[in-house]
Ligand binder design. Structure first.
Ligand code: RUB
Length: 318
């Protein structure tokens, strides 16, 4: 618990992220930046240090919501590192400027990587998608803008069916969609030209941490000879993995897997619900970022360039 006054927007955003009303790594990042801006507007501390301490408390509340998408701590790093100022008004101004700049960069990065990812797609391609990734969809949108015709086979993505969100977004773009259950993916890979997924985190070794089922899809795609790319802005790069840390995989409620009455009817069973998995770099053809396309194993060069100073935790100081 904290004795700092948190803005209602921070509490609402934290709850929305934890309950997945706000979900997907890029969307979580944008919501966290907006919540920090709301906190900066609401904080009435007159002392600069007190102002910074309240901002850090808001950062801690947001940070504790979901563990896997590194876009969340990377957002907190971006904003909370820019809290210079001798008085509270200057700190507020700097935080608001940082949050606005972050939002702009988030949108621009998605547009820029979309252009690059679109270049990997050919006119007439059928793609296969997993989960719902706004970075991945940006590549499809840019390919359509380039005049290419794209159709999609969309995996429903149990247990939360984020594939339905992807199907709806693709239909809004005018893309023909075939929806399949997850276990049908290998059967349909023969009809697919490119697999396209997003990421919640990318490790220094080029491994891709994304919605559970991505790794199985990648292995099957490799076996079928279908190229697979990850569309991921650089805020998905996980700086702590440069120092050997692994990425925590979120375990979610067992009730997402099976309803209580159905579970009781089966009898005593253990239910596990990991939300994400790790795809080793050898099963991924390319990671597409706003800074260009990378073979997964070389992403570490970009990470060193961006996070050379290492992974600080500016929200952690009380
Ligand atoms: C979402 C998910 C998405 C990534 C990338 O998981 O795995 O593929 O977050 O999304 P959840 P984006 O639904 O559990 O949050 O490209 O929009 O950042």
């Amino acid at each position: 618990m904290t004795d700092h006054d948190l803005a209602p927007e921070v509490e609402e955003t934290a709850e929305a992220i934890a309950s997945m009303e706000v979900r997907g790594a890029a969307t979580i990042a944008g919501a966290a930046a907006d919540a920090l801006a709301a906190q900066a507007r609401a904080t009435d501390a007159e002392d600069a240090d007190e102002f910074r301490a309240t901002m850090r408390a808001a950062g801690r509340r947001l940070h504790e919501t979901r563990p896997t998408a590194v876009s969340l701590p990377n957002t907190l790093r971006y904003v909370l590192r820019r809290m210079d100022g001798a008085d509270a008004a200057t700190v507020r101004e700097n935080v608001l400027a940082a949050a606005a700049e972050f939002d702009d960069r988030l949108d621009a990065a998605q547009d820029d990587l979309g252009q690059i990812g679109a270049n990997r797609l050919q006119d007439g391609d059928t793609i296969m998608t997993h989960c719902h990734s706004t970075d991945a969809l940006s590549c499809v949108e840019a390919a359509l803008d380039q005049g290419k015709e794209i159709s999609a086979i969309v995996k429903e993505t149990r247990p939360r069916n984020q594939g339905h969100i992807t199907a709806e977004a693709l239909r809004e773009m005018g893309v023909p969609v075939t929806l399949i259950v997850d276990s049908a993916a290998r059967r349909y890979l023969d009809e697919v030209d490119h697999v396209l997924v997003g990421a919640d985190s990318i490790g220094a070794d080029g491994s891709v941490i994304n919605k559970i089922g991505t790794s199985g899809l990648a292995v099957n795609a490799r076996e079928r000879g279908v190229p697979i790319m990850t569309a991921a802005q650089t805020i998905k790069l996980h700086p702590e993995t440069l120092a050997g840390h692994t990425v925590e995989i979120e375990m979610r409620d067992e009730a997402e897997v099976i309803a209580e009455d159905a579970r009781e009817a089966i009898g005593e069973v253990t239910v596990e619900n990991p939300a994400f998995d790790v795809t080793p770099p050898r099963y991924m053809d390319a990671i597409v970022t706003e800074s260009g396309q990378f073979p997964p194993e070389s992403i570490v060069t970009l990470m060193r360039e961006l996070f050379g100073e290492g992974a600080t935790e500016p929200w952690a100081e009380t």
